[in-house]
Design a binder for this molecule. Sequence first.
Ligand SMILES: Nc1ncnc2c1ncn2[C@@H]1O[C@H](COP(=O)(O)OP(=O)(O)OP(=O)(O)O)[C@@H](O)[C@H]1O
Length: 229
Amino acid sequence: MIRFDHVNKLYPGGHHAIKDVSFHLQKGEMGFLTGHSGAGKSTLLKLIALLAKPTNGQIFINGHSLSRVKKQQIPLVRRDIGIIFQDHRLLTDRSVFDNVALPLVIAGHSHKEMKRKVSAALDKVGLLNKINNLPLQLSGGEQQRVGIARAIVNKPPILLADEPTGNLDPELSAEILKLFEEFNRVDVAVLIATHDLGLIARMKYRTLTLRNGQLINDGLFQDDRGQLL
Ligand SMILES: Nc1ncnc2c1ncn2[C@@H]1O[C@H](COP(=O)(O)OP(=O)(O)OP(=O)(O)O)[C@@H](O)[C@H]1O
């Protein structure tokens, strides 16, 4: 589903953010991506979502090589990828409905279809009763769930999340993680970047660990002494 083959990313100015990274996240697999601040987690997610280009190496999404994707095809490939950001990136002057409907507007769905799909997505995250609210009328956890509803509204086979529980208390974090597990159970590939080692240890999923851009561990999470947590 997501395959990296000896991928490097050098930013203009020369910073080598991703160094010779190879891995394969299968269809329906769920994994964490971790590492220190600046290790390259966001960069790796951006490379998957075509928000950044690798300097060399190959990335395959759904079997398609991203280096072969033409500019006009990028929105089509992105449709397969739902992204959740830590800071939600919601439009504050638009209702919850409008925010969640955004990917459907871009994809050209009819209003009737949008209503059905947005309601289904909001129901999934438990926010159907807030459909007409503005984002700032919601709590932080609710805003995060609106961001999740927007990411899953057109049922993409891949879900990426960048620090999705960063600002949430442990109870809300656990709730959000449960949602990801639900999506994963219906065969969505899920990759979650997080600093929260406690969360990773509790969940016992495959964990990719980056250090200074290099993939130093791929498996269950190990601490600095190589102990499985
Ligand atoms: N657009 C950019 N131009 C130049 N350097 C960048 C750019 N974006 C990121 N970097 C650098 O690349 C490295 C990796 O950044 P990245 O944001 O991927 O790390 P991260 O692991 O997500 O960090 P954090 O956990 O703090 O969000 C950092 O040293 C960062 O300064």
